[in-house]
Write a protein that binds this ligand. Structure first.
Ligand SMILES: *Cc1c(COP(=O)(O)O)cnc(C)c1O
Length: 230
């Protein structure tokens, strides 16, 4: 179908609104990130035409290839694991780096940002389900990590991100989204300078409605918009 992306975007947007209202939240507080990894620019442009401005990518190379071919008000979000030696390539091309989970990576971001006179916003990736195969800081280490990163110049913590486990029923992930939200509350109570925890990046195609009910401010939806990836 020709207008499949438009149709999918309408449906995902409606479900986000319903989930927000159900939880007594303002739907305007949730931003949909269209996860466009592996998809051609033509498909991103289709989503752009439907009003989408936020796109999620997990590879530096792919951001570089797509960046110049998208309109200037496109916001790219780095949602994948970021190697320190690649930070320099994307710092001026991404609106937000969702996947910071070490002081060393934050130091590299800070160093490059200072050098180029940029201010870079980041999220701390938390492995809430404590899956061995996943990146992200352990929940119990998050506050001390944030305290260290908060002292670095030109890098600003805006919130938390998590990738929940792959599950059959989205309800199974509710406890992890709840845990990330609670962790954000705990961090806010610490009143750390240079740290805001307003952003919660959580929820993917399989579970974004539950994530919105639990307080997500960014949901990252790929398959549900662009179809499956090969
Ligand atoms: C691929 C990816 C998504 C989107 O996954 P879908 O299940 O296709 O919605 C979201 N977040 C991250 C970090 C991803 O790598």
């Amino acid at each position: 179908m020709n207008d499949q992306i438009a149709h999918n975007l309408q449906e995902v947007t409606r479900k986000i609104e319903d989930a927000a209202l159900k939880a007594g939240r303002n739907p305007g507080d949730v931003t949909l990130i269209a996860v466009s990894k592996t998809k051609p620019v033509s498909m991103l442009l289709e989503a752009y035409e439907q009003g989408c401005r936020d796109f999620g990518e997990n590879k530096v190379q792919e951001i570089l290839e797509k960046y110049d071919r998208m309109p200037a008000d496109t916001r790219f979000h780095m949602i994948g694991h970021l190697q320190r030696n690649k930070v320099k390539y994307i710092l001026d091309k991404v609106a937000l780096i969702h996947s910071v989970d070490s002081v060393r990576l934050a130091q590299e971001i800070s160093k490059e940002a200072v050098k180029r006179n940029l201010e870079t916003d980041i999220l701390i990736e938390v492995n809430v389900a404590e899956e061995e195969t996943k990146f992200g800081t352990r929940p119990e280490d998050t506050i001390s990590l944030i305290r260290e990163i908060a002292q670095l110049p030109a890098v600003h913590i805006k919130g938390l991100m998590t990738i929940a486990p792959y599950v059959e029923k989205s309800e199974e992930n509710r406890k992890y989204f709840e845990k990330l939200r609670q962790l954000a509350v705990d961090i806010r109570e610490q009143n750390i300078d240079n740290v805001k925890v307003e952003v919660l990046s959580m929820g993917m195609t399989g579970d974004y409605e539950v994530a919105v009910e639990e307080g997500a401010t960014y949901v990252r939806v790929g398959t549900g918009i662009f179809g499956g990836r090969s």
